[in-house]
Design a protein around this ligand. Structure first.
Ligand code: G3H
Ligand code: ZN
Length: 276
């Protein structure tokens, strides 16, 4: 069933569990992630990034499809707009029925980030939609990442007081689009931010985080765990193997299916790992 993010994340945070959030580019992702979540009986966040929307063109076709998958699910499913820098797109997602949005002003100056985030919060909350925002940029999306980028707990507390966001994405050592799982996370900093703000924390760039490191981060207080690159890499590897095994294959389902199976199994495994 379609669910809001605030209550699902609050329950996970209170229980010390991680909540898996996986990026949807194609509708098959949504179907596969929900089937995996149903298999292990865990809630899941389906997130469509602004980049993925731009790949499709308009939001509505992919967004409406993902919402339909969520409505039909046997477990709680949040439909979330990820990394939106365009506030018109945020409004569109709210109007379409997304239950959560991320406004990403991390690359802007603190005061600008605060002002725009607060506007997004006012609009989204008026429609019952949760808002995630970011403070202290997790890089690697479009260019090189500064591995020393960190969220300051005092600045995070100020940001919360000024914006009233429901979840906070923080920089604690991860980076987007890592294809090896070698990120070291600052668990002391996770604890310090967790003491400074009273909302669930979000880890971006989780593909670069190994299982044992992730468990430590969740135990330190990390709640929403965003994963994309790791699943794309798995899908493409498995699809390439299927294509190589049958050079005459024409039907796209013949190589999509093994790719989907691989990421479905991995999402089921990750959801279980995050739940502890
Ligand atoms: O917002 C999406 C995530 O931060 C995904 O990052 O591709 O490095 O796993 P990733
Ligand atoms: Zn991210």
């Amino acid at each position: 069933m379609l669910t809001d993010l605030t209550s699902v994340a609050a329950r996970a945070r209170a229980a010390g569990r991680g909540l898996g959030a996986f990026n949807v580019v194609h509708l098959e992702h949504a179907e596969t992630f929900v089937a995996a979540a149903e298999r292990v009986r865990q809630p899941v966040v389906l997130q469509v990034s602004q980049n993925a929307v731009r790949y499709h063109g308009p939001l509505a076709p992919i967004g409406a499809g993902v919402l339909e998958v969520a409505h039909a699910a046997q477990v709680p499913v949040v439909v979330h707009l990820d990394h939106a820098e365009d506030t018109d797109l945020v409004r569109e997602a709210v109007a379409l029925g997304f239950t959560s949005v991320m406004y990403d002003g991390a690359r802007r100056a603190f005061a600008d980030n605060v002002a725009t985030t607060a506007e997004v919060v006012a609009h989204a909350h008026a429609h019952g939609v949760s808002v995630e925002a970011e403070i202290g940029e997790v890089g690697g999306k479009t260019g090189p990442h500064d591995p020393s980028a960190r969220t300051d707990p005092d600045e995070a507390a100020d940001f919360m007081a000024l914006t009233g966001v429901d979840l906070l994405a923080v920089a604690v050592g991860s980076s987007h689009a890592m294809t090896h799982r070698g990120a070291r996370l600052d668990t002391d900093l996770i604890r310090a931010i967790g003491r400074a703000v009273d909302v669930p924390l979000v880890l971006h760039g989780s593909s670069g985080v190994a299982d044992d490191e992730m468990r430590r981060a969740i135990e330190a207080g990390m709640t929403k765990i965003n994963v994309s690159t790791h699943l794309n890499r798995l899908f493409t590897t498995r699809a390439r193997e299927a294509l190589d095994a049958d050079p005459d294959v024409v039907d796209t389902r013949r190589w999509f299916r093994p790719g989907n199976a691989a990421i479905g199994d991995e999402v089921a495994r990750l959801l279980t790992l995050y739940a502890g």
